[in-house]
Every structure is written in structure tokens, then in C-alpha cells.
Design a protein around this ligand. Sequence first.
Ligand code: TYD
Length: 207
Amino acid sequence: MNGILISFEGIDASGKTTQITRLESYLQEHGFDVLVKREPGGTKLGEKIRDVLLDPASHDMHPRMEFLLYSASRAQLVEQDVLPFLKRERSVVLLDRYYDSSTAYQGAGRKLDLAAVKQVNHFATAGLVPHLTFFFDLPLKEARKRQEQEADRLESSGDDFYERTRQGYLKICAEEPNRMVRLDASQPPDEITAQILEKVKTLIRIS
Ligand code: TYD
């Protein structure tokens, strides 16, 4: 594998998508081949799963079904797009969410068995671990303020769910300090960009 895989995580409305776009432009300007994908979805089949997952009409979906659908979408994305892209020279894949979302949302948030979640994560991704993962940390109150009126199914989940999810992310940060970078997402966007670039430059030689 020649390429670099970087994932972006955080509870909803934490501003990660803006930062992904900025990093994509920066890397392209420096001669890298960049692929950006979002989860759930990112492939034709995965987008169909995304529609099912985010549809408010899916409100009675069992947490195990939810988890397996996210995992199914992820497996397709890894095999169809991510792994082939990483074989290229000077390639970088930026993922807007990856398996840490399942550990945090389905494991911690929905209280599914964590060992099982981690096992399925490994299976779905064929063991593909990101080189770097940015966690956009935002207190619940701030996240709620930022959210638009129209809530999708997950965004209409309760505050306790969000708090557990956030704690789930913080636990991953504590367990994997080399991979995980916690960012204070309440900072001005330019400061966050600077912190991301600083970290990425430690990983990728940019000339
Ligand atoms: P999306 O609208 O893409 O939100 P965001 O812009 O915050 O990424 O919706 C994705 C939602 O799915 C989000 O609420 C997080 C949730 N999710 C999980 O619960 N588990 C997962 O494994 C993934 C990838 C996402």
C-alpha cells in the first residue's frame, strides 16, 4: 500500500466536512491524488443503504440492524474504492466517518456489545486502520445550536445518546493516542485547519 488513509470523526454538526474540503485542496495543490468519501454511502450501493439508515421512517430499526447496515456500506466502500486507490503513488484517502463512528454511535451510543462491534468493524474493513483520525470534539450544547431545524433520524436522538457517543469517542482517543487527534471543534475554522495541516505534515512529506 502506497497511500495514506485519514478519517474524520465527530458528533453531528462539528464542522468536519469544511475541513475535509480544505485539506483536499491543500493536498491536491501539493501534487497528491486525493479521494474523498463519506459514510454511510460513498458507493452506488452504499448510498442506497444510506437512504434507509437516515430515513426518519426507519425510526424503529433495531440497533443491530443499524450497525450491520453501516458495516455493510463500509465493506463495499473499502473494497470498491479505498483499497484500490491506496495502491496508487502519492495517494491520500480522506474519509468523512469510518469505523470509529460505529464504535462510538452503535457501541457507546446504542450500547451494543463493544467487543462484537470491534470484531465486526475489523471484518467489514478487512483490517484497514487509518494512519490518522481527527476527532472533532464539540460539547453537546454547541452541537445542538449548530444543527438545522430539520432533524434526520439520528439527529433526533436524545441528549443522553449524544453524550454517550461523545464519551465513546473520547475513550477511543485515550486508547489509541498515536492514531487519534482530538480537535476542539468550537475554535475558529482557520485555527482548526492549521492544527490539521501541522499534524498531516508529520505524516506526509510535503515539498
Ligand atoms: P450525516 O448526515 O452524514 O452526518 P454527518 O455530516 O454528521 O457525518 O449522517 C451520518 C449519521 O450516521 C450521523 O448521525 C452519524 C451516523 N453514523 C453512525 O451512527 N454509525 C456509523 O458507523 C456511521 C458511519 C455514521
